[in-house]
Ligand binder design. Structure first.
Ligand code: ZN
Length: 672
C-alpha cells in the first residue's frame, strides 16, 4: 500500500527544522517544468548521487533502464487502446508542420500532455476520461496526413476507432469504476478483464480457486488478465512467454545486469528470484522474492519493480506495473529507525481491541530514501511513501519495508512556497503560524508513522479472508494507517524519543488533516462528481466521521466568516480520542472481515460531496491558481564510457523537458 497524498516534506537531516527548509530554498534548483490542465510537472533533485560508488551508480542505472523498459505495460493495463492512440498522437505531435501556436494544435498538445500524464486516456486520479478541446476535423486531417494507409482510405476502421476513443464520452468513460451499485468489472475501462466478463463470474472464479485454510496464500490474480475462452475463465499470465512478454524480456535483461553489480549476496538472490518470477509468472516465486526483499535492510541501492498495487483493478486483485529506483539517505534514516525500533511499544499501546494487536511486530524496517527513477504506475505522479510487500501473511511473518521519499517530498515543499494556500483556507493567524512552524515536521512524521507502523499494525482473526472488504478494502486500509499515524502524532512518546520538541506540534497536522478531508481535497473533484479514489475517500471518511461524532461537544466545527467556510477545531485532545475510537472500529472491521460495516462507513462518510461547499472550494482555489495534481520528470542518467566501452561514471542530467522525456521513452522503450 502506498500513501499517495501530496504533502510537504523534510530534508536531509535527522532533525527537521524551518532552517533546513531555508537551506533548500537557497539552492536555486529549478523545480518547475510544465503546467497544463489541472497538472503541474516538477523536477526533483537527487542529492548524494555523486557520493555513490561506481558499482552503486551502475546498479542505479541498470535498474532505471529496467524501470523504463516496463513503461508500455502500464499503458496497456490502463486500457486496451492506449498504446495505439499514443503512437498516433505522438506521430501527429512530432510531424506537425503547421503553426504550433494555432489554437487547435495547442488544444491537441494539452490533450497529449494529459494522456502522457495519465498513462492513457483517463485521469490518473479521478479515473475520468480526458475531454479533448480540439475538433474532430483537426484530428481526422492530422491522422490522414500521418498515415499512408489512411490517405488511401485503407484504414477507415482504425480512424473511426481512434476518433471514438478520443471523442466519444460514453466509450470507456471510467478507468476504474467503484460504484458498487453496478457491475464494476464491466463498467471499468482497465484492460485487466476481457470485455465480456461480469463481476459475478470473476468473483465466482476467485471463490473457487481460493483456499481459505491456506496460511500462506499467493496474491491471486496479481499478474494476470482475466479472459473468457470457450465459456471458461482463463488467466492470461504476465510473464516472459505470456502476456507482455516482449516488455518483460527487456526488464529481465536489465535486471540481470543489475544483479552483476549487486551490493551483496542477499540482494543478488532476490534479484534472481524476481527474474525467475518474471520468466515463469509463478506467484510463489514472487512471494519468495518479496520475503527476501523485505528482509534485506543492508543494501543502500534498492528498488521496486513489478505488478504491485491493485488500486487500478476494480476488484483490487491485479497489480499495476510500477517501478521505483532509489538509494538510502543515511542521515535522515535515523528518524525512521527510532520509530521502527519502538514498533512493539506502539502496537502494545494502540487503542484497538487487544485481540487484534500483533503480539510480535516483525521487522518493520524503515528508511528514508532519495528516488532516482519513477516508472510505470508511479510516474509521472508518484507516492511520497511506500510500504511493501502487500501480502498480509508476509507482513505478519517476515515484516515489511517502509520508505519515505525524501527528495520527492522536498520537491513538493519547495514548489509550494508562497502559493497563498494558508492565507485563503486557514482560519486564523495563530493556526497558520503553527502550521508554518510545524506542518513541515508533522507531515513527514505522519508519513513515517503511516508507512512504518500503521500498515504494519494489527492482525486478522484466524480464517478471515484478507480480501473480505472487497471494493472498500483499499479505502479502509488507508484509513487504518492514517488513523494510527494521527493517533500517535499526539502521543508524548514522540517527545520522549526526541523526535518532536513541542507537545502541541501535532495540532498543525490535525488542522491540516481536517481541513483537507472536509474541504480542500475537493479541489481535485469535478463539480457534480463523487469522491472515488481510495486515499481521498479515506481522508473524507475520517474527517467527516470526526466532525459528526464530535458535534455534541463541538470538537470540530465548520464556521462561516465573510461568506467563506472555515474549519474550526475547539478541542484537539477530544479529536485525538475520536481518531482512536475510529481506529478501533476500523481495525475490528478489518480483523473480522466485516464487509457490511466497512461498506456503511465508506458510503456514509467517504463518498458524497456537499455541492455548495464544493463549489466554494473550487472558486477559492481558482483564485490561487494552485495545480491540484503534481508529478515529475526523472533526471536522465547518462553513462560515461572509456575507450574500451566500459562505464566509468554515470551523470545526472536535469535539463530534459516533459515532452522530450515522453518522446524519448517512446523512442527507446517501446516494447508492445
Ligand atoms: Zn498507505
Amino acid at each position: 500500500m502506498t500513501l499517495k497524498t501530496i504533502i510537504c516534506g523534510g530534508l536531509a537531516s535527522g532533525i527537521l527544522t524551518a532552517a533546513s527548509l531555508q537551506a533548500a530554498e537557497d539552492k536555486n534548483f529549478n523545480y518547475h517544468v510544465d503546467r497544463f490542465a489541472d497538472i503541474e510537472v516538477l523536477r526533483y533533485e537527487v542529492p548524494g548521487f555523486n557520493d555513490l560508488s561506481l558499482d552503486q551508480k551502475k546498479m542505479v542505472y541498470y535498474l532505471s533502464q529496467a524501470a523504463q523498459a516496463g513503461r508500455d505495460i502500464i499503458w496497456d493495463q490502463n486500457g486496451a487502446y492506449n498504446l495505439k492512440l499514443r503512437k498516433a498522437l505522438e506521430k501527429i505531435y512530432s510531424n506537425y508542420d503547421g503553426d504550433r501556436n494555432d489554437p487547435q494544435f495547442r488544444a491537441f498538445e494539452k490533450y497529449l500532455k494529459q494522456v502522457w500524464f495519465g498513462n492513457g486516456i483517463h485521469h490518473h486520479y479521478s479515473n475520468d476520461k480526458f475531454i479533448p478541446e480540439f475538433s474532430r476535423e483537426f484530428f481526422r486531417d492530422q491522422l490522414q496526413k500521418n498515415c499512408q494507409g489512411c490517405a488511401s482510405g485503407k484504414c477507415s476502421d482504425m480512424m473511426a476507432l481512434l476518433e471514438q476513443i478520443v471523442f466519444d464520452p460514453d466509450f470507456m468513460p471510467k478507468k476504474v469504476n467503484q460504484d458498487s451499485s453496478v457491475d464494476v468489472v464491466k463498467s471499468s475501462a482497465v484492460n485487466m478483464y476481457d470485455g465480456n466478463l461480469t463481476q459475478e463470474e470473476v468473483e465466482a472464479y476467485y471463490a473457487a480457486i481460493k483456499d481459505p485454510s491456506d496460511p500462506t496464500p499467493i496474491s491471486y490474480g496479481l499478474n494476470a488478465r482475466m479472459a473468457k475462452k470457450d465459456g471458461k475463465i482463463v488467466e492470461e499470465v504476465y510473464h516472459l512467454n505470456g502476456l507482455y512478454g516482449p516488455a518483460i524480456a527487456k526488464i529481465i535483461y536489465w535486471l540481470d545486469l543489475a544483479k552483476g553489480v549487486a551490493e551483496n549476496d542477499a540482494q543478488k538472490e532476490y534479484i534472481t528470484s524476481l527474474i525467475d518470477y518474471y520468466i515463469t509468472g509463478d506467484l510463489r516465486l514472487f512471494d519468495q522474492y518479496s520475503i527476501q526483499w523485505a528482509e534485506d535492510t543492508k543494501s543502500d541501492v534498492d528498488f521496486v519493480n513489478g505488478f504491485i498495487e491493485s488500486y487500478n483493478d476494480p476488484l483490487g486483485m491485479t497489480g499495476s506495473w510500477e517501478s521505483y529506483v532509489n538509494f538510502k539517505n543515511r542521515d535522515a534514516s535515523a528518524r525512521t529507525e527510532t520509530i521502527s525500533s519502538n514498533a512493539q511499544w506502539f502496537e502494545d499501546h494502540s487503542p484497538i481491541d487487544p485481540k487484534f494487536r500483533k503480539p510480535n511486530v516483525k521487522g518493520v524496517s524503515a528508511k528514508v530514501i532519495n528516488a532516482v527513477q519513477l516508472a510505470g504506475d508511479a510516474y509521472p505522479a508518484c507516492a511520497i511513501g511506500i510500504n511493501l510487500p502487500n501480502a498480509d501473511w508476509i507482513r505478519a511473518q517476515h515484516g515489511s519495508k517502509s520508505v519515505t521519499l525524501e527528495n520527492i517530498t522536498e520537491a513538493y515543499a519547495m514548489a509550494s512556497i508562497g502559493n497563498g494556500f494558508n492565507e485563503e483556507f486557514v482560519i486564523d493567524k495563530p493556526t497558520a503560524k503553527m502550521m508554518d512552524e510545524y506542518l513541515y515536521i508533522t507531515d513527514m512524521l505522519h508519513t513515517d508513522l503511516h508507512e512504518c507502523l500503521g500498515h504494519a499494525s494489527g492482525q486478522l482473526l484466524p480464517g478471515t479472508d484478507p480480501d473480505a472488504l472487497k471494493e472498500h478494502g483499499s479505502t479502509l486500509e488507508e484509513a487504518r494507517a492514517d488513523l494510527f499515524a494521527l493517533y500517535y502524532l499526539a502521543d508524548p512518546k514522540l517527545l520522549e524519543l526526541g523526535i518532536l520538541d513541542n507537545p502541541k506540534a501535532y495540532q498543525a497536522e490535525y488542522y491540516k488533516y481536517m481541513l483537507n478531508g472536509l474541504m480542500t481535497q475537493l479541489n481535485r473533484i469535478e463539480p457534480g462528481k463523487d469522491v472515488e479514489e481510495a486515499h481521498m475517500r479515506n481522508r473524507q471518511l475520517i474527517a467527516a466521521w470526526a466532525l459528526e461524532k464530535g458535534k455534541k461537544d463541538k470538537v470540530v466545527e465548520l464556521v462561516s466568516k465573510n461568506g467563506k467556510t472555515f474549519v474550526k477545531i475547539n478541542d484537539y485532545a477530544k479529536l485525538r480520542d475520536l481518531f482512536g475510537q475510529l481506529l478501533k472500529e476500523i481495525q475490528r472491521i478489518k480483523s473480522e472481515g466485516d464487509y457490511e460495516a466497512g461498506r456503511q462507513l465508506v458510503e456514509t462518510y467517504g463518498v458524497k460531496v456537499d455541492p455548495k461547499l464544493h463549489k466554494q472550494v473550487l472558486d477559492r482555489y481558482a483564485k490561487l491558481d494552485i495545480p491540484p495534481y503534481r508529478g515529475f520528470v526523472n533526471p536522465v542518467l547518462v553513462p560515461q564510457f572509456n575507450d574500451k566501452g566500459e562505464i566509468i561514471d554515470i551523470r545526472l542530467d536535469y535539463t530534459e523537458s516533459y515532452p522530450e522525456q515522453m518522446l524519448r521513452l517512446s523512442r527507446d522503450f517501446s516494447t508492445l
